[in-house]
Design a protein around this ligand. Structure first.
Ligand SMILES: Nc1ncnc2c1ncn2[C@@H]1O[C@H](COP(=O)(O)OP(=O)(O)O)[C@@H](O)[C@H]1O
Ligand SMILES: [Mg+2]
Length: 228
């Protein structure tokens, strides 16, 4: 494939997006593609600030713990995304690589609309602050019931992050099931995440290979024959 492709994996916490992003990267590299595996929040300046906030590690200069309102978090996620695009995603796509991002702006629409005090009314604002973000070529939503994801998070161990509460995760799972309504015009495909890692990964690869073939087809199609 000569042109880059921008692939995004999405799902609730514990759905397996990180696992699947890594397996997909491995499978595509084995097929000879250059792959850039990346994630949001990023590990860059704004992303690191966000990770600190999500992990309850944000402090004031005095050392006191600090929190951020959902609106500030939403703006930071959008700011991190534009930094991510400018420094990681776009340069890789420009040189023809396949970029796999573990989360992108669908996460902002799903998580921030569920936590903003204005609820779904916040969607318009969330779309506008993310309006300069380039669209992915394909978004794969890993659908998993909140109970299954919670069990996996508990098995993984560690402190619960900011959004990792069961009732909220139920709402996020519901929102992901209707993901295409949040990003009209985008190509969104759902896979069942409550199967073994291998089965999920086979489904993800099938969807991605179909997408890459479809993108290549116009170049490979024979010229239409003249009929007159
Ligand atoms: N299909 C699966 N079946 C069982 N456990 C899984 C599956 N996918 C991931 N896990 C495990 O569940 C936990 C969460 O997976 P992870 O990929 O980190 O999810 P996410 O990035 O969506 O939060 C990890 O411990 C991982 O090993
Ligand atoms: Mg993850």
């Amino acid at each position: 494939m000569s042109e880059g492709a921008f692939l995004v994996l999405e799902g609730i916490d514990g759905s397996g997006t990180t696992t699947q992003a890594a397996l997909l990267a491995e499978a595509l590299r084995a097929r000879g593609h250059e792959v850039v595996l990346t994630r949001e929040p990023t590990s860059r300046a704004i992303g690191s600030l966000l990770r600190a906030a999500l992990q309850h590690r944000l402090t004031l200069p005095s050392g006191e713990p600090a929190t951020l309102p959902p609106t500030s978090l939403a703006l930071l996620f959008a700011a991190d995304r534009l930094d991510h695009l400018a420094h990681v995603v776009e340069p890789a796509l420009d040189r023809g690589a396949i970029v796999i991002s573990d989360r992108f702006d669908l996460s902002s629409l799903v998580y921030q609309s569920a936590t903003d005090p204005e609820g779904v009314k916040a969607l318009e604002w969330l779309r506008s602050i993310n309006g300069r973000a380039r669209r992915p070529d394909l978004t794969i939503v890993v659908d998993v019931p909140a109970a299954v994801a919670e069990e996996r998070r508990q098995r993984r161990g560690g402190e619960a992050e900011l959004f990792e509460q069961r009732a909220l995760q139920e709402r996020l799972a519901e929102s992901y099931r209707r993901a295409e309504t949040l990003v009209p015009g985008d190509r969104v495909v759902h896979v069942r995440g409550d199967q073994s890692e291998e089965l999920v990964s086979a489904e993800v690869l099938e969807v991605v290979l179909a997408e890459l073939t479809a993108r290549d087809r116009p170049r490979l199609a024979p010229r239409p024959e003249k009929t007159s």
